[in-house]
Design a protein around this ligand. Structure first.
Ligand code: NAP
Length: 226
């Protein structure tokens, strides 16, 4: 499948690398490819400069947001929550129309210091904002409740015995995303309902962040025991 991943951070790289490894045709979107490739310092999370990652993943291509979604069959949003609407607008509403838009972003607001708060929250969600802004896209919120490594290699924690959520208005789109999640090794995919249920998965972030601190590792996930 032709997949456009918006986002050059840890999530964009991890998901793009894994999907390309599964044989998909993957392109990564960024604001300014030249500027992204010119970075020489590790990012805020200590990840190597993007150019180094790209060199090691020769089968993935980099382009401007405006150019990546045109031919894509599936678009993945892995940009910062605060930049997601701008990134997707640059990708072009017309290029998102009728396509599945898998949204992994969280609306983390760092403007009040650490830990970040959520904006929007409780009575709205980033997933809904994206669906409202791009009404012709089929937004499916998923994977936002776990660390990037677990998104593509769930077996790294508890042998993969944990849960992932999907939220979205289009049942076929959720079915297709569920298939993609299973191809990445996810065993327990829970359909929460329409896109408004993204409020719930996004609101797991405050407890996720506190667990990260308490456990001293990001290699954990939620398991819905039943
Ligand atoms: P990030 O640092 O949150 O986001 C990096 C990406 O956001 C870059 O591609 C950057 O564009 C883009 N961006 C930032 N501001 C922008 C703006 N104003 N306009 C357009 N694009 C903008 O990277 P991340 O850690 O990989 O996280 C990506 C998303 O996944 C976030 O929403 C995060 O909350 C969520 N998430 C992360 C994890 C994790 O393990 N890190 C887990 C679950 C969910 P350039 O390429 O142009 O710099």
């Amino acid at each position: 499948m032709k997949i456009a991943v918006l986002g050059t951070g840890t999530v964009g790289r991890t998901i793009a690398g894994a999907l390309a490894g599964l044989g998909h045709d993957v392109v990564i979107g960024t604001r300014d490819p030249e500027a992204t490739l010119a970075r020489t310092e590790p990012d805020a999370m200590g990840a190597a400069p993007f150019a180094q990652w790209l060199e090691e993943h020769g089968h993935v291509h980099l382009a401007r947001y405006a150019d990546v979604a045109t031919d894509a069959e599936l678009v993945i949003n892995a940009t910062s929550g605060a930049g997601s609407i701008a990134a997707l607008s640059a990708a072009g509403a017309e290029n998102l129309a009728g396509k599945i838009l898998m949204d992994i972003a969280n609306p983390l607001d760092f403007s009040h210091g650490m830990p970040p708060t959520l904006n929007p929250v409780n009575t709205d969600s980033l997933g809904e904002q994206i669906q409202r802004t791009f009404p012709d896209a089929k937004v499916v919120k998923t994977l936002n409740t776990m660390n990037a490594s677990l998104m593509v290699d769930p077996g790294r924690a508890a042998g993969g015995d944990h849960s992932v959520f999907v939220s979205g208005n289009d049942s076929d789109a959720k079915r297709e995303v569920t298939g993609l999640l299973k191809s990445l090794g996810h065993q327990d995919v829970i359909d929460l309902g329409d896109i408004s249920t993204a409020r719930g998965s996004e609101m797991l972030l405050p407890i996720w962040l506190r667990l990260w601190g308490a456990l001293g590792t990001a290699n954990f996930n939620f398991k819905i025991a039943r």
